[in-house]
Write a protein that binds this ligand. Structure first.
Ligand code: ACM
Length: 509
């Protein structure tokens, strides 16, 4: 066929059908699965920026959109989509697959002088990795429930499956807990650079989890331990070790004109690695057990993330013993522990998933730590910082963002990496999936999230969903660049304030 339409992530197979296009109208009937029909109304209305009626009509009719549950599509999340002048049919074995097909349909719908048209096409599609995530840091800056829900909608449109919420850090504690209300009473009012802070009540958190579930997205909450915990000391001074202020931290703070961290005072700077819980006191373990127990209770999804990164303020032997104990605690709560790859050096519970956040060309220490999870027979989530840390600047002129992950991350660099090539000995079977991360030191609103996520989140989604980089002519930068440029009009209609990156030629409507 001629060039594949503007579809991201790239489907497994796309073939042209020799008929006229399908014409979508506000009265196009929907048939089949009623839940998927409601989703079709929502997804296609958002994609066209029109409130489409799409009435349900169980009678056979030409020009309908049919949403069928079928057992002949084996892979979870997979789907088949056929569009012809006579109708559109999407089939899948699960509701996530039907939704994935609908998001593909949303990308295919094109406004023309003859109305909304869908090219005649057959697509057979299924994901490469089951875990396709985005992490949102709500600790450095706080984001309202409505912003988090907007991020969930954006993630769902790219067929992502997991929202990892980084709920706690040195700058603030963002989740109210019944057992420890002091955490939000005393430690949620601060954020980076003096921004206002905030927190989610238990009801807010449940609302986010429930909203995500309607978009087939599972929330993975993170309580970062034992470092990144300065905020805990605002509520419970006896649980927090004194900040470890190194000459490097002092020099960085001076260069940025920031105050140094001080016990009992909110921290609003960008420094990392100076804080630790006190691990020589059983009271800390009681506290951690309370927090994770309540979080497990509030969280229907299978994963609890316990952080474990950059604990430079913790003695190495205490760190190892703590990570072993806390991951076992999570396992005993019936959840799968997840930890940043730093924890690979400790004897973590065997089911612990490691999240690799080093570079696409790892150093030996990072690669060994990530490999340790695989050797213990669990797996890894890949979040290479120089590819999918979406808080990195695109180039030197990007107003927001940081550059520590090997300089700015262009869209091309965000795209051109292959998950199975990052760490020797870690291949597809050991990779649970790919997660992009949006740290928010320099981002404080939804427009900022949009500008940093789009278009690079689309590149991460393609790494997570589509065939390996270079395995087909279309799984290439040149193809991605054309396809993603074709999504500009859709993103504008969906209200996504994407970064109009100069490497891409953006279609206009
Ligand atoms: C991290 O970026 N410290 C996980």
């Amino acid at each position: 066929m001629s060039a594949i339409p503007a579809l991201v992530p790239l489907p497994r197979s796309v073939a042209t059908i020799e008929t006229a296009p399908f014409q979508l109208s506000t009265q196009t009937p929907l048939r089949g699965d009623p839940d998927a029909a409601a989703e079709a109304r929502r997804i296609l209305s958002a994609a066209t920026a029109h409130a489409l009626d799409l009435p349900t009509n169980p009678l056979p009719s030409s020009s309908a959109i049919t949403l069928a549950r079928t057992s002949d599509i084996a892979l979870p999340g997979g789907y088949r989509l056929t569009a012809a002048d006579t109708g559109v049919e999407i089939s899948a074995s699960d509701s996530a697959g039907l939704a994935a097909g609908l998001h593909t349909l949303a990308q295919l719908v094109t406004p023309t002088s003859e109305g909304w048209l869908v090219p005649a096409i057959r697509i057979d599609d299924a994901p490469r990795f089951a875990y396709r995530g985005v992490m949102l840091d709500v600790a450095r800056h706080f984001f309202a429930v409505s912003d988090v829900c907007a991020v969930i909608d954006r993630a769902a449109s790219l067929k992502l499956t997991h929202l990892h919420l980084h709920l706690t850090d040195d700058q603030g504690w963002r989740l109210q807990l019944r057992a420890h209300p002091a955490l939000t009473d005393a430690a949620s009012g601060s954020a980076i650079s003096g921004a206002p802070g905030g927190f989610y009540t238990r009801e807010d958190y449940r609302e986010i989890v429930a909203y995500a579930a309607t978009r087939h997205i599972t929330v993975v909450p993170e309580i970062d331990l034992p470092g990144h915990t300065h905020a805990v000391g605002l509520a419970y001074p006896h649980l927090a070790a004194d900040p470890v202020v190194t000459p490097a931290l002092t020099a960085e703070a001076a260069a940025r004109g920031e105050a140094l961290p001080a016990a009992g005072t909110p921290y609003t700077g960008l420094g990392v690695g100076f804080s630790s819980l006190r691990l020589d006191d059983e009271a800390t373990f009681d506290f951690v057990a309370d927090v994770l127990g309540e979080l497990a209770h509030l969280t229907p999804g299978p994963y609890l993330h316990v952080g474990g990164d950059e604990a430079f303020g913790t003695a190495p032997d205490e760190y190892d013993a703590f990570l072993a104990r806390v991951t076992q605690l999570v396992a005993d709560l019936g959840k799968v522990p997840v930890a940043w790859h730093d924890a690979g050096r400790a004897k973590v519970a065997p089911e612990t998933i490691g999240q690799y956040w080093g570079l696409t060309t790892p150093d030996t220490e990072g690669a060994d730590a990530a490999l340790a999870f695989v050797r213990r027979a669990s797996g890894v989530i890949l979040s290479p910082a120089d590819a999918v840390y979406l808080d990195m600047k695109y180039d030197d002129d990007t107003p927001r963002g940081l550059t520590w992950a090997n300089g700015p991350t262009s869209v091309r660099r965000a795209y051109e990496w292959e998950p199975s090539s990052v760490i020797d000995e870690i291949a597809d079977d050991d990779i649970l999936g790919v997660e992009a991360a949006v740290w928010t030191e320099t981002i404080d609103d939804l427009a900022g999230l949009d500008a940093m996520m789009f278009p690079r989140l689309a590149a991460a989604a393609e790494a997570a969903w589509s065939a390996p980089l270079g395995s087909t002519p279309e799984r290439s930068w040149e193809s991605f660049r054309r396809r993603v440029g074709g999504l500009g009009p859709l993103w504008r209609r969906q209200g996504i304030a994407f970064h109009p990156d100069g490497q891409i030629s953006w279609d206009q409507e």
